[in-house]
Write a protein that binds this ligand. Structure first.
Ligand SMILES: Nc1ncnc2c1ncn2[C@@H]1O[C@H](COP(=O)(O)OP(=O)(O)OP(=O)(O)O)[C@@H](O)[C@H]1O
Ligand SMILES: [Mg+2]
Length: 246
């Protein structure tokens, strides 16, 4: 059986801030139902990567290269049009409106047209995925814990019918129990065909749920491969998995 065509492809993606290259990536692709982990130290270029794919910019980066969604070049589209096309980024906590309740945050954010391979979640389905949100449905976004806010951000993204869901460090600041809960939700979502790009500093937790892992250093891919092999890779083990400090 030949593998499904990639849903997301980035080629020759380069991002520079002034004279500094923050990202220089030859190629990255993601298939439906696949969870790809992107790991690396602070400043490695992980956020730069997902922001460039989503079309977001912090500051004034120079971005070049191509981003294709289902074979269509979206690299000239502004972020909201990429989102409409199903390329969704959940940045750390930011997809949540603080002055709106959980329920209001989960009111259909925009009218999205259903199409094959795009499931548009409704509020009940989001509550099914994250029962905690149902319990907190009357609370304001600003009153939620970091973990609850993360769940709400993911829920909002799911209501936009993602083809590709990108998450920038969803586990940051979460209690260990919640980290595994949020990350294992990624497996559930992927099993329905969603492609997921997971940026994580918590390599130990990420490696348990991703299919493939990419290690970035100074904006470049140092090593990539199936999660099982990456666990034994000395560069990953040395940096993150060794029995050392943590
Ligand atoms: N707006 C900006 N202006 C100038 N340089 C920037 C800007 N945003 C990021 N950079 C630089 O680009 C590089 C990559 O940053 P990026 O935020 O992508 O790292 P990261 O891997 O997400 O790190 P972290 O794990 O800390 O979130 C860093 O050297 C950073 O200082
Ligand atoms: Mg970052």
């Amino acid at each position: 059986m030949s593998p499904a065509a990639p849903v997301l492809e980035a080629t020759g993606l380069r991002v520079a801030y002034g004279g500094n290259t923050a990202l220089d990536l030859e190629a990255l692709s993601l298939r439906p139902g696949e969870v790809l982990g992107v790991v690396g130290a602070n400043g490695a270029g992980k956020s730069t990567l997902v922001n460039a794919i989503a079309g977001w910019s912090r500051g004034a980066p120079r971005v070049s290269g191509a981003v294709r969604l289902d074979g269509r070049d979206v690299s000239t589209l502004p972020p909201h049009q990429r989102a409409r096309a199903g390329l969704l980024l959940v940045p750390e906590g930011k997809l949540v409106f603080g002055q709106m309740s959980v329920d209001e945050n989960l009111t259909m954010p925009a009218r999205i047209e259903a199409s094959p391979g795009r499931h548009i979640y409704d509020r009940e389905e989001v509550f099914g995925l994250f029962p905690r949100l149902r319990e907190r449905r009357g609370h304001l976004g600003s009153q939620l814990s970091g973990g609850e806010r993360q769940m709400l951000g993911i829920g909002r993204a799911l209501m936009l019918g993602p083809r590709v869901l990108m998450l920038d460090e969803p586990s940051i600041g979460l209690a260990p129990r919640l980290v595994s809960a949020v990350l294992s939700t990624m497996r559930t979502l992927a099993s329905s065909g969603l492609a997921i790009l997971l940026v994580e500093q918590n390599v130990r937790a990420a490696i348990e749920v991703v299919d493939r892992l990419v290690l970035l250093e100074r904006g470049r891919v140092v090593v990539e491969g199936p999660a099982a092999e990456m666990r034994d890779d000395p560069r990953i083990a040395e940096a993150y998995l060794g029995g050392g400090a943590d």
